[in-house]
Design a protein around this ligand. Structure first.
Ligand code: SAH
Ligand code: SF4
Ligand code: F3S
Length: 475
């Protein structure tokens, strides 16, 4: 069974798109790299940065492994299924590489991302055809690793670097930045110190680090100058970001948003993923004050049972979350909520699960992701007693997903007949059609040449699709 509630465009365990292909206009004898991204948005961002850094080494990106001189798999370790995808992909690539060598051509195989960090040595042991392994904190050293591979070495570089990788990564060229499109990701924070007992992220991404205000503002300005209109700030705990502000004071994430909102021509700001414990008053007020901060918040709660929340080490109760949502909604009444849920955490009883269903009914989500608990080696949850049977997990997931889908469709239906601003992103399938985003991230389809990518237009919603809205441009 597919674990997500809906096919997500931007979430873990989803096969994210390969880094944007930009082979057009390449030099005839330049090398090609195919980057395959698994996992979350942070990996999508990292893939772009790795492709930027490989561009400086003469590689252009391609959207198929068939003609690639290098294949780089940017991996996810969050659930067992996500992790296993690496080994099946490597099996296929090994055969390709053999064939390629017979024809006298090179094919370098690289593994990056969270499985690389967690299982670096095991990867090269299980798959000797892998040439290099870099972790999420060491990928700025990719060019050096590549040079070593060319000298015949196999490289595993997953030692946490002492240096700041962002200071060492080459800035993307204007040409590459302009291919980011209308909406781009910008990582502002990495890693996690929260140690939820089910989660591998603190081990694969390391401890929490915030990028500096200067680095973030400079990157944002460059993206906007290259045509980006919507920025999604990323972090495993994005609202835990903190740093020294322009005024010399310690800023929290809310202050950073106020600062970014001053950049001319930014049309929209979003951020993900937040932890309920880091939603402070400044951030909530930013939602009240900043029109360009979109009224859509991904705020995972995981469970509605206090007993399970404690066992998960989430450090808040179900009621704290509900009160928090009330405060956020009173600051921004049109706020739509998204969340993550885990069913079948060890020890979860029918009663605990009913508490989750109750919380979902009380909050009302516009959209959400739900997963069966997947024990991850090395996390405390894996060693807990009373693991829940697979069949029970399946049943609970089905019930939860049915409720979440119902809420999603109810939210979409509630938008029919209303007017909203849509940021146009790309042409649709039909002639003259454009696809844009509503403030609540739902794609909106508009016919009759409503404008160009990057335009913000006013529309009226006429009907809903499965995961989209259909609208017409207001006169
Ligand atoms: N930093 C984010 C989430 C990162 S992982 C946060 O704290 O919310 C994304 C989601 O994957 C989590 O919210 C959780 O719902 C899910 N997840 C993480 N580990 C999991 C596991 N072992 N089994 C099932 N789902 C898991
Ligand atoms: Fe994982 Fe919890 Fe950290 Fe999110 S807050 S990344 S779920 S440990
Ligand atoms: Fe996966 Fe790593 Fe993201 S484990 S969800 S790619 S932080």
């Amino acid at each position: 069974m597919k674990e997500e509630t809906t096919p997500p465009s931007n979430h873990p365990d989803h096969n994210a798109p390969a880094a944007p292909a930009n082979s057009a206009g390449s030099l005839p004898n330049s090398r090609k790299v195919f980057v395959k991204t698994y996992g979350c948005q942070m990996n999508v961002y990292d893939s772009q940065r790795m492709a930027d850094s490989l561009a400086a080494e003469g590689y252009v990106t391609t959207d198929t492994p068939d003609d690639a001189d290098m294949v780089l798999l940017n991996t996810c370790h969050i659930r067992e299924k996500a992790s296993e995808k690496l080994y099946s992909a490597l099996g296929r690539l090994r055969e390709m590489k053999k064939q390629r060598h017979k024809n006298g051509r090179e094919m370098i195989i690289g593994v990056a991302g969270c499985v690389a960090q967690a299982e670096g040595d095991e990867i090269v042991r299980r798959s000797p055809s892998v040439d290099l392994v870099v972790g999420p904190q060491t990928y700025h050293r990719l060019p050096q690793a590549l040079a070593q591979v060319r000298q015949g070495q196999q490289v595993v570089d997953t030692e946490y670097a002492v240096e700041d990788k962002f200071e060492h990564l080459p800035a993307a060229s204007r040409d590459r930045l302009s291919k980011r499109g209308v909406s781009a990701f910008l990582t502002v924070q990495e890693g996690c110190d929260k140690f939820c007992t089910f989660c591998v992220v603190p081990y694969t991404r390391g401890s929490e680090v915030s990028r500096s205000v200067t680095q973030i503002v400079n990157e944002a300005v460059r993206l906007v100058q290259a045509g980006v209109r919507e920025l999604t700030l990323l972090g495993q705990n994005v609202n835990g970001w903190h740093g020294i502000g322009d005024d010399g004071r310690e800023w929290g994430f809310g202050e950073l948003l106020y600062r970014l909102a001053e950049i001319p021509d930014i049309a929209r700001l979003r951020y993900t993923t937040s932890h309920p414990r880091d939603m402070d008053d400044v951030l909530i007020n930013a939602h009240r004050d900043l029109d360009i901060l979109m009224p859509y918040l991904h705020l995972p709660v995981q469970s509605g049972s206090d007993r399970i929340l404690r066992a998960m080490n989430r450090k808040h109760k179900a009621d704290d979350y509900i009160r928090l949502i009330e405060r956020i909604r009173s600051a921004r009444p049109d706020m739509a909520l998204s969340g993550d849920f885990i069913v079948g955490f060890p020890g979860e009883t029918d009663e605990d699960f009913e508490d989750t269903m109750r919380l979902v009914r009380e909050v009302g989500y516009a959209q959400a992701y739900s997963f069966k608990y997947s024990p991850r080696p090395g996390t405390p949850g894996a060693d807990l007693p009373a693991h829940v049977e697979e069949q029970v997990k399946d049943e609970r997931l089905q019930r939860l997903q049915a409720l979440l889908s119902e809420q999603q469709y109810a939210f979409q239906d509630s938008l029919v007949g209303t007017e909203m601003d849509v940021l146009l992103e790309k042409p649709g399938r039909l002639e003259g059609q454009m696809i844009g985003r509503s403030p609540w991230l739902i794609p909106v389809i508009i016919d009759k040449n409503p404008g160009e990518a990057g335009d913000m237009i006013r529309v009226r919603v006429t009907t809903t699709g499965t995961n989209s809205l259909v609208a017409e441009k207001c006169a």
